[in-house]
Design a protein around this ligand. Structure first.
Ligand SMILES: [Zn+2]
Ligand SMILES: [Zn+2]
Length: 189
């Protein structure tokens, strides 16, 4: 690898950290063909500038450089589980604050606790795009359980939901219906 300026190397470290989420001092030193000492100094500087975090034997991106909502790194506000991309549920409050749930199951429970919500988006189970949960169709308690039980899956199109339900069972419900089903199911425990 050609000699690069320390500042270029640090920029590349930041980029690479964003891709990998964590790297060891060893990996970095080998990649840039510099000593571990040099990498330590680079990281110290990056930490001071808020561009990276140092962890035992390596580094991670700065907290605000973590992946955006909907990625595998986010956690459910109800149960703390990682949020799978296919079942993501995002609520934006009046103050613009976002909360995520691992799946519509937790999403509905979160909804029943919260007040003054602005918008609720849920990932379409088949295609993954985020859709307005209030207009979506839900299949509750089908044979397909990806996350929490009873499983709740979100479909942007009612006919997709119907076809899915014919194959895998469960109940076909709109937002309000699924909400009732979920809150009563939860109280049944
Ligand atoms: Zn959850
Ligand atoms: Zn879940």
């Amino acid at each position: 690898m050609d000699e690069i300026l320390p500042e270029q190397r640090r920029a590349k470290i930041v980029e690479w950290l964003q891709e990998e989420q964590s790297l060891t001092i060893d990996q970095l030193a080998r990649h840039f063909e510099v000593s571990a000492m040099t990498i330590h100094r680079d990281l110290d500087l990056l930490v001071k500038e808020g561009r990276a975090r140092k962890v035992r034997g390596g580094a991670m991106p700065a907290a605000d450089a973590l992946p955006a909502p909907g990625s595998d790194q986010s956690q459910c506000a109800m149960c703390g589980k990682r949020v799978p991309r296919r079942t993501t549920w995002v609520v934006t409050g009046e103050n613009g604050e976002q909360q995520q749930a691992c799946c519509p199951h937790c999403g509905f429970l979160m909804h029943s606790h919260a007040t003054g919500q602005q918008s609720t988006l849920a990932a379409d189970f088949l295609y993954g795009q985020m859709v307005n949960a209030h207009q979506a169709t839900f299949v509750v308690g089908s044979e397909v359980t990806l996350c929490c039980v009873p499983g709740v899956l979100c479909f942007a199109s009612r006919s997709d939901a119907e076809r899915f339900q014919r194959g895998f069972g469960g109940k076909l419900l709109d937002f309000a219906g699924a909400m009732v089903a979920m809150t009563t199911a939860h109280h049944g425990h």
